[in-house]
Design a protein around this ligand. Structure first.
Ligand code: NI
Length: 134
Protein backbone atom coordinates (compact mmCIF):
# COMPACT_ATOMS: atom_id res chain seq x y z
CA UNK A 1 0.00 0.00 0.00
CA UNK A 2 1.20 3.55 -0.77
CA UNK A 3 1.35 6.62 1.41
CA UNK A 4 -1.64 7.16 3.69
CA UNK A 5 -3.49 10.47 3.36
CA UNK A 6 -5.81 11.88 6.01
CA UNK A 7 -8.76 14.07 5.05
CA UNK A 8 -11.65 15.70 6.89
CA UNK A 9 -15.27 14.95 6.02
CA UNK A 10 -18.30 17.06 6.85
CA UNK A 11 -21.29 14.87 7.47
CA UNK A 12 -24.74 15.29 9.05
CA UNK A 13 -24.93 13.96 12.62
CA UNK A 14 -27.77 11.55 11.83
CA UNK A 15 -25.80 10.09 8.93
CA UNK A 16 -22.63 9.51 10.98
CA UNK A 17 -24.75 7.94 13.74
CA UNK A 18 -26.13 5.43 11.24
CA UNK A 19 -22.68 4.92 9.74
CA UNK A 20 -21.26 4.09 13.17
CA UNK A 21 -24.01 1.49 13.63
CA UNK A 22 -23.08 0.06 10.23
CA UNK A 23 -19.37 -0.03 11.14
CA UNK A 24 -20.22 -1.91 14.35
CA UNK A 25 -22.74 -4.29 12.76
CA UNK A 26 -20.30 -5.29 10.03
CA UNK A 27 -17.45 -5.50 12.54
CA UNK A 28 -15.06 -3.13 10.83
CA UNK A 29 -12.14 -2.09 13.01
CA UNK A 30 -12.78 1.59 12.44
CA UNK A 31 -14.66 4.17 10.42
CA UNK A 32 -11.59 4.51 8.23
CA UNK A 33 -11.51 0.79 7.43
CA UNK A 34 -15.21 0.80 6.55
CA UNK A 35 -14.81 3.88 4.38
CA UNK A 36 -11.83 2.40 2.53
CA UNK A 37 -13.89 -0.71 1.73
CA UNK A 38 -16.86 1.35 0.54
CA UNK A 39 -14.61 3.44 -1.72
CA UNK A 40 -12.98 0.32 -3.20
CA UNK A 41 -16.42 -1.22 -3.85
CA UNK A 42 -17.54 1.95 -5.61
CA UNK A 43 -14.41 1.98 -7.81
CA UNK A 44 -14.85 -1.69 -8.76
CA UNK A 45 -18.49 -1.00 -9.64
CA UNK A 46 -17.29 1.82 -11.87
CA UNK A 47 -14.70 -0.43 -13.56
CA UNK A 48 -17.52 -2.82 -14.49
CA UNK A 49 -19.71 0.00 -15.75
CA UNK A 50 -16.89 1.60 -17.69
CA UNK A 51 -16.22 -1.63 -19.55
CA UNK A 52 -12.63 -1.95 -18.31
CA UNK A 53 -10.56 -5.07 -17.75
CA UNK A 54 -12.03 -6.89 -14.78
CA UNK A 55 -11.79 -10.19 -12.92
CA UNK A 56 -14.41 -12.11 -11.05
CA UNK A 57 -16.34 -15.33 -10.78
CA UNK A 58 -19.48 -17.04 -12.04
CA UNK A 59 -21.06 -19.75 -9.93
CA UNK A 60 -23.65 -22.26 -11.06
CA UNK A 61 -25.63 -24.94 -9.26
CA UNK A 62 -27.34 -27.65 -11.26
CA UNK A 63 -28.50 -31.25 -11.26
CA UNK A 64 -26.03 -33.09 -13.46
CA UNK A 65 -28.79 -35.50 -14.57
CA UNK A 66 -30.50 -32.69 -16.53
CA UNK A 67 -30.51 -33.87 -20.11
CA UNK A 68 -28.42 -31.85 -22.55
CA UNK A 69 -27.46 -29.24 -19.99
CA UNK A 70 -23.86 -30.36 -19.42
CA UNK A 71 -23.18 -30.35 -23.16
CA UNK A 72 -24.60 -26.86 -23.43
CA UNK A 73 -22.52 -25.57 -20.49
CA UNK A 74 -19.39 -27.17 -21.93
CA UNK A 75 -20.06 -25.76 -25.40
CA UNK A 76 -20.42 -22.22 -23.97
CA UNK A 77 -17.27 -22.55 -21.87
CA UNK A 78 -15.28 -23.53 -24.94
CA UNK A 79 -16.82 -20.71 -26.93
CA UNK A 80 -15.69 -18.21 -24.26
CA UNK A 81 -12.43 -20.00 -23.34
CA UNK A 82 -10.38 -16.79 -23.63
CA UNK A 83 -12.31 -15.30 -20.69
CA UNK A 84 -12.22 -18.31 -18.36
CA UNK A 85 -9.02 -18.63 -16.33
CA UNK A 86 -10.04 -21.66 -14.32
CA UNK A 87 -13.02 -23.81 -13.42
CA UNK A 88 -13.80 -25.76 -10.30
CA UNK A 89 -16.45 -28.44 -10.12
CA UNK A 90 -17.70 -29.68 -6.76
CA UNK A 91 -20.14 -32.60 -6.40
CA UNK A 92 -22.39 -31.28 -3.64
CA UNK A 93 -24.42 -34.46 -3.22
CA UNK A 94 -25.80 -37.31 -5.31
CA UNK A 95 -27.57 -34.95 -7.72
CA UNK A 96 -26.23 -31.44 -7.34
CA UNK A 97 -23.05 -29.87 -8.64
CA UNK A 98 -21.52 -26.49 -7.92
CA UNK A 99 -19.35 -25.11 -10.68
CA UNK A 100 -17.23 -22.02 -10.26
CA UNK A 101 -15.65 -20.21 -13.21
CA UNK A 102 -12.93 -17.66 -12.53
CA UNK A 103 -13.07 -15.08 -15.28
CA UNK A 104 -10.93 -12.20 -16.50
CA UNK A 105 -11.57 -9.89 -19.43
CA UNK A 106 -13.53 -6.87 -20.62
CA UNK A 107 -16.60 -6.27 -18.48
CA UNK A 108 -19.12 -6.43 -21.37
CA UNK A 109 -17.62 -9.74 -22.58
CA UNK A 110 -17.90 -11.23 -19.09
CA UNK A 111 -21.47 -9.95 -18.91
CA UNK A 112 -22.22 -11.60 -22.28
CA UNK A 113 -20.82 -14.93 -21.04
CA UNK A 114 -22.89 -14.62 -17.86
CA UNK A 115 -26.06 -13.87 -19.83
CA UNK A 116 -25.50 -16.85 -22.12
CA UNK A 117 -24.93 -19.21 -19.16
CA UNK A 118 -27.99 -17.81 -17.39
CA UNK A 119 -30.00 -18.75 -20.46
CA UNK A 120 -29.12 -22.44 -20.09
CA UNK A 121 -32.25 -24.37 -19.17
CA UNK A 122 -32.58 -26.11 -15.79
CA UNK A 123 -29.83 -24.27 -13.90
CA UNK A 124 -30.88 -24.11 -10.25
CA UNK A 125 -28.87 -20.99 -9.55
CA UNK A 126 -26.33 -18.73 -11.19
CA UNK A 127 -24.45 -15.91 -9.53
CA UNK A 128 -21.76 -13.43 -10.49
CA UNK A 129 -18.94 -12.03 -8.40
CA UNK A 130 -17.78 -8.68 -9.68
CA UNK A 131 -14.20 -8.09 -8.60
CA UNK A 132 -11.17 -6.35 -10.01
CA UNK A 133 -7.81 -7.09 -11.58
CA UNK A 134 -6.46 -4.70 -8.97
NI1 NI B 1 -20.73 -32.94 -10.07
Amino acid sequence: MGKIVRFGVSIPQELIRRFDQYVEALQFNSRSEALRQIIRDALVKEEWEEQGLIAGGISMVYDHHSRGMLEELMELQHQFHDLIISTQHVHLDHNNCLELLVVKGKAPDIQRLYNRLRGVKNLKHIGILKSTTG
